[in-house]
Design a protein around this ligand. Sequence first.
Ligand SMILES: O=P(O)(O)OC[C@H]1O[C@H](OP(=O)(O)OP(=O)(O)O)[C@H](O)[C@@H]1O
Ligand SMILES: O=c1[nH]c(=O)c2nc[nH]c2[nH]1
Ligand SMILES: [Mg+2]
Length: 175
Amino acid sequence: MAPDTPELSAQERAGKAFPVSWDQFHRDCRALTWRLNEVGPFHAVIAITRGGLVPAAIVARELGVRVIDTVCIASYDHDKQGDLKVLKSISAETAKLGGGTGKGLLIVDDLVDTGKTGRLVRDMMPDAHFATVYAKPKGKPLVDTFITEVSQDTWIFFPWDTALSFQPPIRDGAA
Ligand SMILES: O=P(O)(O)OC[C@H]1O[C@H](OP(=O)(O)OP(=O)(O)O)[C@H](O)[C@@H]1O
Ligand SMILES: O=c1[nH]c(=O)c2nc[nH]c2[nH]1
Ligand SMILES: [Mg+2]
């Protein structure tokens, strides 16, 4: 019988950690909005749930956009990526605002990693503007506007997924 070799999760493969605080995330979302303000105006913001909900709220507030829709996609179970499942599509009302192709619509997500999620949504609305706060190299070509690039071997820890905890001193082998 083959030895039991559990597959590494995306987070384990990533190796490096990039923890983001609420304060940092808010600042990065505002920095993203400064760039988007040069590109708009936008008829509506579409958040890719769930990670896109927080940046979409901040960006929409700063841009003065009040029509917010969601496209609900699940792929990662914690840190393992499986098949992409579209749980809810962009509404017909929002699609109409973008002339069916997404023109004048802003799609927001927290990050692109492999780019699979971004590709799926881009294919739904090819003329929409796609913005993320963070981008890893594989997904970067799909994004129109982002703020910070992190390497492919980095796992981003978002404030809504984490809590403060004790860290051993670096001298004792902390990462
Ligand atoms: O570029 P990719 O490799 O496709 O990964 C990026 C996607 O992965 C995460 O979502 P996740 O599927 O974990 O769901 P969540 O937003 O509900 O946390 C993240 O919020 C992006 O949407
Ligand atoms: O919290 C997360 N951090 C990441 O780096 C990542 N990549 C894909 N999905 C992710 N989720
Ligand atoms: Mg997501």
